[in-house]
Design a protein around this ligand. Sequence first.
Ligand SMILES: Cc1cc2nc3c(=O)[nH]c(=O)nc-3n(C[C@H](O)[C@H](O)[C@H](O)COP(=O)(O)O)c2cc1C
Ligand SMILES: CC(C)CC(=O)C(=O)O
Length: 398
Amino acid sequence: MTASIPLPRIEALPPGLVAPADFERQALATLDPATSAYFLGGAADQHTLRANSRAWSELQLRPRVLRSLAGGHTRIQLSGRTLDWPVLLAPIAHQRLAHPDGEIATAHAALACATGMVLSTQSSVAVEDIHAILHSEGADNAPPLWFQLYWQHSRSRTLALVRRAEAAGCEALVLTVDAPVQGVRDLERRTGFRVPTEFSAHQTDGLQASPAFPHLHALPAAPADHPSIGLCQGLAAQAPDWDDVQWLLQHTQLPVWLKGITHPEDAQLARELGATGLIVSNHGGRTLDTLPASATLLPAIRSAVDPDYPILVDGGIRRGTDIFKALALGANAVLIGRPQILGLAAAGAVGVTSVLRLLRDEFEACMTLCGCASVVDIGPRHLFPPAKSFLIDNDSHL
Ligand SMILES: Cc1cc2nc3c(=O)[nH]c(=O)nc-3n(C[C@H](O)[C@H](O)[C@H](O)COP(=O)(O)O)c2cc1C
Ligand SMILES: CC(C)CC(=O)C(=O)O
């Protein structure tokens, strides 16, 4: 690690934090209301935000007993890489707002828990520093670092960002496709949330990009005789389209994932264009309210593409059992969003590490109790009723 990257503070974990809900109570007590609104809130009436976690909890498990569990492990293969367990940290912007150590703390937790990290374009720590932290125990132990890419309104600006991520050693790009503008964030508006100027994103500083993805309420007021002029003739025209995805695929050697796929036909387009894989996501209920929960969307998307096409999912995953259910519904791995912020706000690097350990312990307990020695054993048959829409032949005997 370079001398200039400070080590994260080692804080005592407040007592009694044994489940994500405990961390949420602690985070709410730690963060001011406007910052809580930003990190924990969703779009508009927050129907999708609530639906996400509810949908996982309402799926029921169907264990098998007396299976041999010898030699069990949680490793998976993803995009040519072995991951220690099927979880990555989702990109979350501006983490220094939640804790002074921000993404430095999160990266140390990722390293401690052998968990892949997807760094946001809008991170408050530079991508080069995060790479150095993840590699501070040698390349063999480094969890993968992926770079979440927000389109920078033009191909040249976007390419500059891609080259920076490549040079920093990122192993994949995650192009977020579901947020050409931010959602309607009523809670942020009520509490007066604004990203302080000192938290401007490190990755885009040198690019002089136009402000990325302004809040809807920051747009100029529309003239009464032309209500669409602010959004549809301005920002929307700069949003990426499928041609831009194709262009991106032609201009980088890195694997490219598309994040924010909710429609099976978009999943097929991603596959046909050659995207490495996709992330079923409604952006944690932060962009368009009243989208279905990720757990509801996942089966149809799994059915729409080849069984071996990599699919990740995020949104509302709060328990080890939720991770298991996502894999049973056909995901290869999951991303964890807000829980990392709950840990960060509660106790910095120690807090994020605790949240990840907790989720991993719960996931391993769930695998064991369902009779699965390894992740490939997890299937739709482990849900009650079994997820029939994409049952494959070798599941049918169970
Ligand atoms: C505060 C916050 C900031 C986020 N920032 C980004 C971002 O910069 N890029 C992105 O693609 N997604 C971003 N997301 C969405 C997450 O990557 C992820 O899709 C979502 O949080 C998953 O839902 P969960 O929080 O319920 O786990 C953000 C989410 C939150 C809560
Ligand atoms: C900077 C923002 C666009 C980050 C984001 O994706 C979010 O707040 O949901």
